[in-house]
Design a binder for this molecule. Structure first.
Ligand SMILES: Cc1cc2nc3c(=O)[nH]c(=O)nc-3n(C[C@H](O)[C@H](O)[C@H](O)COP(=O)(O)O)c2cc1C
Length: 173
């Protein structure tokens, strides 16, 4: 049941030294392609990175960098043609979330790494750096990367008393 996946999901930043099977990668990527998007424009593209050297380079995209990415066996970089849709941020965020939930359902763990609006150096945006590393054409913006793999850390699910029920409203605010 989806609710069980939601209840157990936590961000995982430590991964076992174990490859993610191709069948699982295929399911994750297919789930991304099934994501809804505004006007069904589907402005996104997904880059699955398994090459250790590239993952190491991507882990340096920001200062301070997401060091755990260098030790992940797989990352999916979520990009979009921002000229194709004025709501590409929403579309990529939805797809990234669907990727994370699919990953959880497959017994893997993941963590979102923010790229948009983040900087590699004072002068260079993180997305410009990533574009160079992965040879992404200029027209695409990088929303985020999702690092994933078999978890090497255990995190407790949230307890009932940690849920912010005060943020819920019915009918009027
Ligand atoms: C939009 C967004 C951006 C995030 N960026 C990062 C990030 O750059 N680095 C990181 O380690 N975690 C990042 N996270 C993960 C959050 O830190 C994490 O979801 C939050 O602390 C709650 O923990 P949980 O996922 O275990 O419930 C991000 C999550 C979201 C939704």
């Amino acid at each position: 049941m989806l609710f069980d996946i939601l209840k157990s999901r936590r961000s995982i930043r430590k991964f076992q030294n174990k490859e993610v099977e191709k069948e699982k990668i295929d399911v994750i990527l297919k789930s991304a392609l099934l994501s809804p998007s505004s006007r069904s424009i589907r402005p996104w593209q997904f880059i699955a990175v398994t090459d250790a050297e590239l993952l190491q380079q991507l882990s340096l995209c920001r200062e301070p960098g997401p060091q755990f990415l260098a030790d992940a066996p797989l990352a999916i970089v979520v990009i979009a043609d921002k000229n194709a849709s004025d709501v590409w941020i929403e579309d990529t965020s939805v797809a990234a979330t669907i990727i994370q939930l699919t990953v959880q359902d497959l017994g893997l763990g993941s963590c979102w790494i923010q790229v948009r609006e983040r900087f590699h150096t004072e002068q260079e945006k993180a997305e410009e750096y990533i574009r160079k590393v992965l040879e992404i054409p200029e027209q695409y913006s990088v929303e985020c990367m999702i690092a994933m793999g078999y978890p090497a850390e255990e995190k407790k699910p949230y307890e009932e008393n940690q849920l912010l029920y005060q943020k819920l409203h019915f009918n009027k605010f």
